[in-house]
Design a protein around this ligand. Sequence first.
Ligand code: NOJ
Length: 564
Amino acid sequence: MERKGWQDAIIYQIYLRSFKDSNNDGIGDFKGLISKLDYLSDLGVNAIWVSPHYESPMDDNGYDISNFFEVSKDYGTLNDVKKFINLAHQKDMKVIFDLVLNHTSDEHEWFKAAKNPVHVDHHKYHDYYIWQKPKYDKDGDRQMPTQWRSWFGGGVWEYNEPTDEYYLHIFSKKMPDLNWRNSNMKRDLKDVAKWWINLGVDGFRVDASNHLEKNWDFPEGHPGYEHFSSLPKHHEYLEEFGIEIFHPNNVMAMGEAGGATKEEALKYCGFDNNEFDLLIHFGHVWADCDDSNHLTPGKWSKGNIDLNHIKKSFNRWFRMLNGDGWNLIYWHNHDHPRVISHYGNDSVYHTESGKMLAYSLYFMPGTPIIYQGEEIGMTNVDYKDLNDFRDVEVYTEYKNFLSFGATHEVAMQALRNRSRDNARSPFQWNNDVHSGFSKVTPWMNINENYSQINLKNQINDKNSIFSTYKELIRMRKEDNINDGILEFIDIDNKDTFVYVNETPTAKFLVLSNFYSKKIIFDLNIDIEDYENILYNYKEKELTNKMKLLPYEALVYKKRNRVMK
Ligand code: NOJ
């Protein structure tokens, strides 16, 4: 099979609002991003994924789009976008834009017409969205059509008086879901994608891609996710989009879907499929939930890390796709806490655990995505006040926690530990006021630790997390990490994270400790000829019994013998 460029890409994810502010309005923008292209190029990145930059009331920071063809004034102009694309291309970096196909903003012209029966375009757009008539209880009180729960915590239905109907929104109520059974709507979305392709975009990250189909019988369910997520027909829609838009235009497509069988994984991103090239999957992401917590349940409760779960997810995805499709590797994105706070240690072992996480991931085959700030070990933010949060999800969930019996402080701690805002605070460039992100107070608080954790402190320090990332990116390219076979050693051992990546020219052995305690374990493999190439404490000889200090990680390399 012909090798595709994206197989060897190093993708860097930009959360535009928080990357770099150029015009001092406290919000990151395209000119700011342009000013940092040299930084990204120097880091070794060759593809940039930009979070949604379209016109939006910013209920969900741009995932609620009111005009697909306009650039949000917060971020600049269309000319800035064109300049960004051209300059990125000049520096050999591909541009990936977020493509939001599941919903629009309720301020989109389509929805304005759809909800208003006297609007001149009402009939044209009403069925672009998903409507249901109310139900009535025995007292004659109006009820939602179902009890389905939105991904952001409340109900999925919002009443629209002028039509006496509810519309469906599986995210915030300002994000009505689109009706993918409507072919005019699909045609219009295809035009959106074509328009950006014509502007020079090289790829898309397709938002919420497994949610496009809904169960139109609207059966009861609570939370009812099985009625609006991962229904078989969404593959048909994605395939149609792929065949008509992505493939003929030679753009890379990267989907987003939680949980998939092998069959589904291959549909999404198998080499022979027509949907995506890559898939963002979440198997390893929330492997530290405390299921016994009913006050702040699910992802919101922090428990002990389940290392087996993490290893098994990486292993499973590698094996499901090996030879038949291409895998994607990443630690976290803008929807998760900062990985160093989540799976590492953001205080005593900041540098050690930051490097440990980097070694653990970046010797695996697959296309990596680095989330902005990960390369300097940015941490969760210690939000003091509920009003410090910006994420729409936080406010619905806070109310839920109180209704489950949580105190304000318990609810706040869950939000501090787990909210998406942890990953969204402004980039810490240096220790100037506002961390070099802006000259004015930014749209959300900067992490107070910016005077210690910032790029300027790390860029020239060969022992920093940043230098480690740079080195690993270089090694990935030079050492054909992507051509290897991944094998976890003693995968059921709950203390260890040990794997070998065997490439055509060398074997890489990675040993990591994810705990703040020492671990001692037997290494029952042939240990001969391995050289210790990376370490986050000191160089260490490889033996059959290994002892690792808190968050210690070691990488060994053994060259394959050249056959004569
Ligand atoms: C997934 C995105 O990553 C997330 O940030 C967003 O809130 C939802 N999709 C809805 O668009």
